[in-house]
Design a protein around this ligand. Structure first.
Ligand code: HEM
Length: 555
């Protein structure tokens, strides 16, 4: 036999051996996961315990429907279910403190697969997250005040050993604010006021656009308009410039691009090669494939340039905000490896992604339900008229003290969820949950929509009922209702953009419901209902968006 034919005869047997070895490995892995793995004793479908293809089927084939399936599994198996080979999901609002304990930095696994490892949101390791988060905090209006070390505040956060505590301005933290009285209120007002003129400026532009639609008697699609507004605010706030989306005739913003990305996060989660591959696709080709991606591709290009030039010491702001996020990170104590071009770009992308759609969707929900429920509109409008007899002057401080406005915003936040994805944490120690001992280093997740639709806490949970937040709102067993409003997450990884989001909600809702009244155009509840869990909640693909006919109020 010559050497060529010898090679030909050997090759198939090598391939066959490799195939057999792979098959045996696969069988061994499945047997291990089903019978020998420490999670083997936990309830759940065997297929989900055996392979990630179970998750992949519901996320990819059924398009973002694994969270629905998980709800069905909880109905069948109880409050704790093994949903993938290495993950337990809990549906039990009372377990929040166990999974997201106050002041404890925990690992968060797998989100880096969907979004890359550079942003704070998807950082896996607790120690790295802590450093990255500290570098961002000055941008997020962290408020610091004296309180004894170890003190646990009403929002569940624990005071650090430096005798300082970070307070954020949310409904929940109002209790914290009460605890520390005047000192914090003063700091809080000052920090918000540093950027308030920029927010006001964009809201004024938005008001002009509303007047334009009113004059033309044309319905305004707020589902498209709000991301333009929140996008301009975020861009100015973090990067010192904006794309003028609010002024754009069609409110061109990142919204269409985020919508078009839809499944991409789930694809990347299942196939680790997907994200790196995307980096190699020339932007022009990506835009040709999916024109809706243009604004995000522009953003990517602009952020790349901005980071590059900032790294070279240029000051590139076009507005009068104090510093850009890049200057903030570069002057932080992060090691140099954390200040690379790629890392800064990924961080920048994540704050845009985190701040634009979340706030906009909460506003959609508010506009839809308040307009659709006349008694809510009437009460809110009457409150606003009483607080602001002069319709053209609205100030944040007064708006923040209006209980019904706040209740309307809380209900919008509750029904918009923030993030619909399972929110995982990995604890270093074993955890006791009911009769179960969850082994150390297990990936445990809970989901915000589950808590927000817990009927024992929020009766008629699918309904928009601001009144549930009025007065000293409590659960039937006397726990503050705000403990279960987790749109901004919980614990050390909770949303750092809360201050800004609340400021936007107060000012935008205040302006809209003081100065205008609305009529829904072709109302469709599906415009504000989650159909797909694409990490953030997404509506049915054929939804046209919340559209309103605008009329200026005369009082
Ligand atoms: C209504 C508005 C918003 C909602 C409901 C919301 C919700 C959330 C949630 C649920 C998380 C994840 C928390 C976790 O992993 O436990 C998060 C994280 C984050 N959000 Fe927001 N967000 C909002 C607005 C904003 C804004 C305006 C910004 C930017 C200024 C922002 C920036 C971020 C960032 C950077 C993170 C990652 C934090 C970390 O992992 O430490 N968000 N947000």
């Amino acid at each position: 036999m010559d050497s060529e034919s010898h090679h030909r005869s050997v090759l198939p047997s090598v391939a066959a051996l490799a195939a057999v070895a792979y098959l045996l490995y696969g069988i061994g892995l499945v047997v291990y996961r089903l019978y020998l793995h420490p999670l083997a004793k936990f309830p759940g479908p065997r297929l989900a315990a055996a392979t990630y293809w179970y998750e992949a089927y519901y996320e990819l084939v059924k398009t973002g429907k694994f969270s629905n399936k998980i709800s069905e599994l909880h109905d069948q198996y109880g409050p704790i279910v093994r949903v993938t080979p290495y993950e337990l999901h809990i549906r039990d609002s009372r377990a929040l403190d166990t999974v997201y304990p106050a002041g404890v930095y925990l690992d968060k696994e797998r989100w880096d697969r969907s979004f890359g490892s550079g942003g704070v949101l998807q950082t896996v390791h607790a120690s790295v997250h802590k450093r990255r988060r500290a570098a961002l905090n000055p941008m997020c209006h962290a408020l610091q005040f004296n309180k004894s070390p170890g003190h646990v505040f009403a929002d569940g956060t624990q005071n650090s050993r430096w005798n300082r505590h970070v307070v954020r301005r949310t409904g929940r933290t109002m209790q914290v604010l009460q605890e520390c009285a005047l000192t914090v209120s003063r700091f809080s007002k000052r920090s918000i006021m540093e950027v308030i003129h920029i927010v006001h400026q964009h809201i004024d532009e938005f008001t002009d656009r509303m007047l334009e639609y009113e004059a033309r008697k044309e319905p305004l699609n707020v589902t498209w308009a709000f991301p333009a507004l929140t996008g301009d605010i975020i861009m100015d706030y973090f990067f010192g410039f904006n794309y003028g989306s609010t002024k754009h005739p069609e409110f061109q913003s990142f919204h269409a691009a985020f919508k078009a990305l839809g499944l991409a996060g789930h694809v990347a989660m299942q196939f680790p090669w997907f994200l790196p591959m995307m980096d190699y696709i020339p932007p022009g080709f990506a835009e040709w494939l999916q024109p809706a991606l243009k604004p995000l591709l522009d953003l990517k290009r602009d952020l790349h340039n901005l980071v590059y030039r900032t790294l070279n010491g240029e000051d590139l702001k076009t507005n009068d905000a104090k510093r850009t996020i890049f200057q903030e990170i570069l002057s932080s104590k992060l090691p140099d490896s954390e200040k690379s071009q790629k890392r800064l770009e990924e961080e920048a992308n994540i704050v845009v992604a985190g701040g634009v759609e979340t706030t906009a969707f909460a506003l959609d929900i508010a506009v839809y339900h308040i307009t659709n429920t006349p008694h809510i509109y009437q009460r809110l409008h009457a409150d606003l008229v009483a607080a602001f007899p002069n319709r053209s002057k609205l100030d944040l401080q007064t708006l923040e003290q209006m209980p019904y406005l706040r209740a309307c915003a809380m209900e919008a936040l509750r029904l918009s969820y923030g993030i619909s994805a399972r929110n995982p944490r990995t604890h270093d120690k074993a955890i006791q949950y009911r009769e179960w001992v969850i082994p150390a280093r297990t990936n445990i997740s809970m989901s915000i929509p589950d808590v927000h639709h817990d009927e024992s806490i929020f009766p008629h949970s699918t309904k928009y009922i601001p009144e549930r937040w009025l007065g000293d709102a409590k659960t039937p067993d006397g726990v503050s209702l705000e403990k279960f409003m987790i749109s901004f997450g919980r614990g050390t990884r909770s949303c750092p953009g809360m201050n800004l989001a609340w400021t936007e909600l107060h000012l935008i809702m205040g302006m809209m419901f003081r100065r205008f009244k609305f009529e829904l155009y072709e109302p469709d509840i599906n415009d504000v209902l989650m159909e797909h869990d694409f990490f953030v909640p997404r509506q049915r693909a054929d939804c046209k968006g919340v559209r309103v006919i605008i009329e200026s109020t005369v009082d």
